[in-house]
Design a protein around this ligand. Sequence first.
Ligand SMILES: Nc1nc2c(ncn2[C@@H]2O[C@H](COP(=O)(O)OP(=O)(O)OP(=O)(O)O)[C@@H](O)[C@H]2O)c(=O)[nH]1
Ligand SMILES: [Zn+2]
Length: 223
Amino acid sequence: MDNKELFHDDQLPEDDHMAGSLETPLRPDAFALSDEQKIDGIEKHFREIMLLLGLDLDDDSLKGTPRRVAKMYVQEIFDGLKPENKPVARLFENRYGYRQMLVERNITLYSSCEHHFVPIIGKAHVAYIPDGHVIGLSKLNRIVQYYGRRPQVQERLTRQIAQELRDVLHTENVAVLIEADHLCVMSRGVNDVTSSTITSEFSGLFEQDAYRLEFMQAIRHNQ
Ligand SMILES: Nc1nc2c(ncn2[C@@H]2O[C@H](COP(=O)(O)OP(=O)(O)OP(=O)(O)O)[C@@H](O)[C@H]2O)c(=O)[nH]1
Ligand SMILES: [Zn+2]
């Protein structure tokens, strides 16, 4: 089957489209406003949303919600949109001569579905085979957290984490696998609470079956 049968005409993959799809789509002026300006603006608009829903904003429990939501968006669940929040992963020389696979598994992942703005909850498993350098273990978790704290689709999230690991570690030998539950699938729409979504990216040595299998076995063990 060729691509034309798999995609509608306007969805046919093109090289530049595929390359660009790794980036979170941002407006050119995405960084023009301060956090405080963003919080004030979101608060105002969220108040409107609540009023349109018919909610009484004089109610004690509801009146703080617009600002609470605005702060949560800007300072918490979407703070991975700001490049200055990208974790700094200091490289250490691989003085131990460790050349085998390092797997960091079961990394807690929280993200938000960019189509419905509801949570994606899951686990990320990442691995690399060090060349000249290694990084602190917690930085692997932090990289996953950073890219999770954006409106996302799971495919892009997976690829962004893999690309960051390749960049930081100066090696192509990187694997990322994410298994996640999408609240937009579970709690609304199709209302399926049993399905979950697995995405992966394997590059460098992980494109070979033996390395991929070792990784898959490592993340399955003990679960
Ligand atoms: N590929 C992909 N799709 C996602 C992801 N998260 C949510 N979606 C899907 O995005 C789609 C949005 O489709 P629409 O038909 O515009 O939205 P909808 O009418 O709310 O669709 P339903 O969820 O089927 O009710 C849905 O099928 C979601 O399941 C993701 O991470 N990756
Ligand atoms: Zn969704």
